[in-house]
Design a protein around this ligand. Structure first.
Ligand SMILES: [Mg+2]
Length: 373
């Protein structure tokens, strides 16, 4: 066992886990600075449609809200009891997606492989020339500061020899944290933490562990294998491996994208829509090029405008048929820019984002002449 540990821990792989801090709530607070320091939660749309507190469930809670014990997956009715002054905002998925895409694009510049596991979380494999933990930490600092500068939100990074430890490390100091766990530090780092810190160990499993006298990851590392297997089964064995610093799962490039988007930064910022639309045209071409490479058709176009004051407006339009026609894409994107900008004619624009989604694979015979422009 010890030998196995030692072997795993001398592996040279360095893995990073990046987690945006209370993501949805952070984006909302960024765009509405008055909400800073207030207990803010983002809730599913249902609540706002029905205005019925028995229906809403929290999707994200700001740090001040967490101080009241509010957390994601908590019913709003319970949240209101704990914190009567809670401010509940509706989900703005398009906006979060746009911020997430931008963050991933920044991360991609610095690393070799990005495995996005959710809208606000990714595992990362560093470039081959990053050989030490110091260099990895330096890379993390660059990613953190570029995301903070571009999106004005913070993220927390964990760096470790494997995925589980990297994820546990990123949860260790939040928000805006960076935790580095070198191979020789893994067991010492994990040992005092509660077993619930292991990804996948929920309330139920923790209760079973508790019955076996296991509270910390260190307890689990030393526990009797057979007993764990009997009570928890194969997943119990996997949790025990993680407790011993063993996790050979790989960082995989995120599978087929569900959307393709590109952004364009205006420099200098401008409210001249002719200039903005020229930028839009060039990113439509980039999006189209990727569609052709991937042999994809789209049905939905999303356009986002980010203003110099960091407020953002987005709009999505779904069409009746799938297409990859570039003229169609450009024309609709430009119309949508006009519609979005109409209410803010004097505000300077900082960035535009154009994306397509609702994608469908196609074969070459279905393509149209305009697909090849
Ligand atoms: Mg997060």
């Amino acid at each position: 066992m010890l030998f196995e540990n030692g072997e795993n821990m001398t592996s040279e792989k360095i893995i990073m886990h990046i987690d945006m801090d209370s993501f949805f709530a952070s984006v909302e607070i960024r765009d509405n600075p008055d909400l800073r320091d207030k207990p803010v939660v983002v809730c599913s749309k249902t609540f706002h449609l029905h205005k019925d507190t028995s229906r809403g469930v929290i999707s994200a809670a700001s740090y001040p809200a967490r101080k009241f014990g509010l957390h994601s997956a908590m019913p709003l009715s319970e949240a209101k009891k704990l914190c009567p002054d809670v401010i509940c905002l509706p989900m703005n998925k398009n906006l979060y997606k746009q911020v997430s895409d931008n963050a991933v694009k920044i991360i991609q510049k610095y690393v070799k492989t990005v495995q996005q596991v959710s809208i606000d979380e990714a595992y990362v494999l560093l470039k081959d020339d990053v050989k030490t933990y110091e260099e990895a930490a330096e890379c993390a600092r660059k990613i953190k500061s570029e995301i903070a500068a571009a999106e004005r939100i913070t993220c927390t990074v964990g760096i470790a020899p494997n995925k589980s430890v990297a994820k546990i490390a990123s949860g260790y100091q939040k928000p805006d944290g960076l935790t580095v766990v070198r191979p020789e530090e893994v067991l010492g780092f994990l040992s005092p933490l509660p077993v619930t810190k292991i990804p996948g160990v929920g309330k139920k499993t923790a209760e079973t562990f508790d019955l076996l006298g296991i509270q910390t990851i260190g307890d689990l590392a030393k526990a009797d294998k057979r007993q764990i297997y009997e009570k928890i089964g194969r997943s119990g064995m996997a949790f025990q491996d993680i407790a011993n610093g063993i996790d050979s799962s790989q960082v995989m490039e995120t599978a087929d994208a569900k959307s393709i988007s590109r952004f364009y930064s205006l420099n200098p910022y401008t409210n001249d829509l002719t200039v903005v639309k020229m930028g839009a045209e060039s990113i439509c071409e980039e999006v189209h090029e990727i569609l052709i490479q991937k042999k994809m058709f789209f049905k939905t176009i999303t356009v986002g405008i980010r203003y110099a004051d960091f407020t953002t407006v987005t709009k999505s339009k779904s069409h009746t048929v799938h297409t990859s026609d570039i003229f169609f894409l450009k024309r609709h994107a430009q119309d949508m820019i006009d519609e979005l900008a109409a209410n803010n004619a004097n505000k300077k624009i900082k960035q535009i984002n154009i994306g397509v989604s609702n994608l469908k694979k196609t074969d070459v015979s279905q393509m149209q002449l305009t697909d090849f422009f």
